[in-house]
Write a protein that binds this ligand. Structure first.
Ligand code: PLP
Length: 411
């Protein structure tokens, strides 16, 4: 099909040309004397993204799922109790993994579309005076439903009852797009991946571990080998990896971190919030459809899950968008399969790219029998963005962007 494929699933996201170029490198010796420069640029460059000075970023050759497993198997012993809330497919999968790895999982079942129930976590922690719960898990941004939860509030709840459990956060579809604060929120393990806000292909598990988590790992007796934090931390300390790293991914990550720093992380969050506002205007104001997310306070700035009217199967809209308009939309997963489709709005994108996705989704819906007004979504998004003065790029960021070296252009 002529023209570009419009990739609007909530990860993998569009990889900017600048990153693609940075990744096109010949292979080199990952044990050379100059390799540590690249490794350190990546590992140190991740600290501001996690908002940490005391945590240790770690890169596994995996996806986010590998970092879920690493968090559990490094910090816990078989049979340890973990507390989590399930309110979408990804929070479900992490809880399921914990069960399969032999932990005692207490699940706070929560309707899909709601956010993590902090008051129920608090009740469970209060009812645990002997501190049997060793880790509390939360999914910051539930990609299946487009719901963001309040990690800081969970930390405050844990502290309010002086519970020593470790706090593990899945920030796979939030890190680098929605604010995350490792140190300030007292997060012990943050789990993420390369293919979302970091604008890279899938292939790197990107995680960050607190001193407390590393301390816990010393006595935790779960079996682990490939995902052992200790092997990584020891090798990374010398500027190397315990096994062969993917060079293109590291070069890509270094470029991604440079791009995020140039735009300014706060500006990146701001852009996501502003762009998400336009998408929501299209869905609710233009198409008069409902989001899966129930509470406006927890609307996700990286993904919107759009409920389909009775009698319409979301998969048909997605199939039509793909085959007729070359637009990839996200599917409804598990419990909400067929009931919704998702638009990912994270990573490297702007208003006009999103207008393509909105218009494509609108045409696919019209073709499959959804009664939306032609042009209504795009018009609502345009009106939102044009009347919203929020997208002001501070002068320093704009200057940095202009000064950034462009391949093939003399400085
Ligand atoms: N957690 C969340 C919130 C996700 O969105 C995803 C994937 O989309 C995962 C975990 C799993 O990550 P991965 O597919 O990188 O293993």
């Amino acid at each position: 099909m002529a023209g570009r494929n419009f990739l609007f699933v909530p990860g993998p996201t569009n990889v900017p040309d600048r990153i693609l170029r940075a990744m096109m490198v010949p292979m080199e010796d990952h044990r050379s004397s100059i390799f540590p420069e690249l490794a350190r640029a990546c590992l140190n460059g991740l600290k501001p993204v996690f908002k940490t000075t005391t945590g240790t970023p770690i890169l596994f050759p995996s996806s986010g799922t590998g970092c879920w497993e690493a968090a559990l198997s490094n910090c816990l012993s078989p049979g340890d109790k973990v507390l989590t809330a399930v309110f979408g497919q990804f929070s479900h999968l992490w809880a399921d993994m914990a069960r399969r790895l032999g932990f005692d999982v207490e699940v706070l079942e929560t309707p899909w579309g709601e956010s993590a129930p902090v008051e129920r976590y608090l009740a469970a922690l209060s009812a645990d005076p002997h501190h049997k719960i060793k880790a509390v898990l939360i999914c910051q941004n539930e990609t299946a439903t487009g719901v963001t939860s309040d990690v800081h509030a969970l930390r405050q709840a844990t502290d309010s009852v002086k519970h020593p459990a470790l706090l593990f956060v899945d920030s796979v579809s939030a890190l680098g797009s929605i604010d995350f604060r490792m140190d300030e929120w007292g997060v012990d393990v943050c789990v993420s991946g390369s293919q979302k806000g970091l604008m890279l292909p899938a292939g790197l598990g990107v995680t960050c571990v607190s001193q407390k988590a590393l301390e816990a790992a010393k006595s935790a007796s779960s079996r682990r080998c490939y995902f052992d934090y200790k092997d990584m931390v020891v090798a990374n300390g010398t500027g190397y990896f315990p096994y062969t790293p993917s060079l293109p991914m590291l070069y890509g990550l270094r470029e991604s971190l440079t791009m995020l720093a140039e735009e300014g992380l706060e500006n990146v969050f701001h852009r996501h919030h502003y762009l998400a506002g336009g998408v929501r205007a299209a869905i609710q104001g233009g198409w008069k459809l409902k989001l899966c997310a129930l509470n406006p306070k927890s609307y996700s700035d990286t993904v919107s899950a759009i409920m389909m009217p009775e009698g319409i199967h979301g998969a048909e809209v997605i199939a039509r968008a793909f085959t007729r308009y070359n637009l990839a939309l996200g599917a409804g997963l598990s419990k909400v399969a067929g009931k919704l489709f998702r638009i990912g709005h994270l990573g490297d994108l702007n208003e006009l790219m999103l207008l393509g996705a909105i218009s494509g989704a609108e045409m696919a819906m019209l073709d499959t029998g959804v009664k939306v007004e032609p042009g209504s979504g795009a018009a609502a998004a345009q009106n939102y963005w044009r009347s919203n003065p929020a997208r002001i790029v501070p002068a320093e960021a704009a200057t940095a962007e202009r000064k950034a070296p462009r391949p093939g252009v003399a400085a």
